[in-house]
Design a protein around this ligand. Structure first.
Ligand code: TA6
Length: 320
């Protein structure tokens, strides 16, 4: 934690009633991050690189809810291994050729771009100190030359991160700022911190069709309500009817993940070999202490014509 005396004067969320959330901007360049802390101690940290949430603490600040690799790059050198990376405009490896995203890196450019901090406000539906909303922006002009060349479409993204006492809401607003229509995919690649993967179940996907990337991307139907993780899991569940997916640990509800205008969810755990093969995944056996439940619009493409807007996101509730 940065020693408070060395921090620039804290910014106040001016329009919240009652005691105010504290906003600090720390670090410099690609390592800059925004820290919001409620008077009751809950906090969220957002790296401007990728607008990546790297920490979310509930329970008065005592409970860290997100997993972050000990070797996560936090200097802008590569996508953050952990927290909530923002995936846009393509999920996974892009189409091999003949698609506007074909020459983009896996998971697109949003998570490896430098976003702007647009400011803070009391969330529309929040009362005073119980909530604070942080807005981040990424525009075509803010892309690297390489990304701009690879995907020369005019767009605007506003990503809102709202911290409340027991929940974190992250919502994207995508706008087509150009003459040409474009299509995109979006996903929030959330790494949840858990105690023991052998005691975890992911519930709420009963009967949903999924593509299993561990089984050669074959299609399956979820045959029971609880998904247990006993090996590498990499499944893309599509067109999910109910909006909440739950993470249960040791029989007790730990997180609710509520989708808003996003129909799909990816469940991922790299398990032993894949964890070892990722240089920035550390410690190697930390697959036991994380699970990804990633909400998104990744089945097919969302199309925006000139001036059109798409909005979607998640509210994750810590139930500890
Ligand atoms: O969301 C699951 C997934 O698509 C996995 O296939 C795995 O590749 C993971 O994302 C991590 O991708 P990354 O590019 O961050 O290493």
């Amino acid at each position: 934690m940065v020693d408070r005396t060395n921090r620039p004067s804290a910014l106040k969320a001016t329009d919240a009633a009652g005691p105010e959330a504290q906003i600090d901007i720390v670090g410099s360049g690609a390592s800059s991050k925004v820290i919001a802390t409620l008077p009751s101690g809950e906090s969220v940290e957002v790296l401007l690189f990728g607008a990546t949430v790297t920490s979310w603490k509930s329970n008065g600040g005592k409970t860290e809810n997100l997993w972050l690799s000990e070797k996560a790059a936090l200097d802008g050198s590569k996508a953050v291994r952990g927290g909530v990376p923002v995936v846009f405009p393509v999920f996974g490896p892009p189409p091999k050729s003949g698609h506007p995203t074909s020459s983009l890196p896996q998971h697109g450019f949003a998570r490896t771009s430098r976003w702007e901090f647009l400011g803070k406000s009391a969330a529309e539906d929040a009362l005073g100190s119980d909530s604070v909303k942080l807005d981040f922006g990424l525009y075509s002009s803010g892309l690297t030359d390489e990304a701009r060349k690879a995907w020369p479409l005019d767009f605007g993204l506003v990503y809102s991160v709202t911290l409340s006492k027991d929940s974190l809401q992250t919502v994207i607003n995508v706008r087509n700022e150009g003459e040409q229509s474009f299509e995109f995919q979006f996903l929030l690649h959330t790494y949840f911190k858990i105690q023991d993967i052998s005691k975890v179940a992911v519930n709420g996907l009963l009967g949903v069709t999924y593509v299993d990337k561990v089984l050669n991307a074959t299609e399956h139907k979820q045959s029971d309500n609880s998904i247990k993780i006993t090996g590498e899991v990499d499944r893309v569940y599509a067109s999910i009817p109910q909006d909440t997916t739950s993470i249960v640990e040791d029989g007790k509800p730990r997180f609710d993940v509520v989708r808003d205008n996003l129909q799909d969810t990816v469940v991922w755990n790299p398990w032993i070999e894949k964890a070892k093969s990722m240089g920035d995944f550390s410690p190697d056996d930390d697959y036991k202490h994380m699970v990804c439940v990633e909400v998104g619009a990744v089945q097919g493409w969302q199309k925006l014509d000139k001036g059109e807007v798409f909005e979607g996101g998640q509210t994750i509730r810590s139930l500890l």
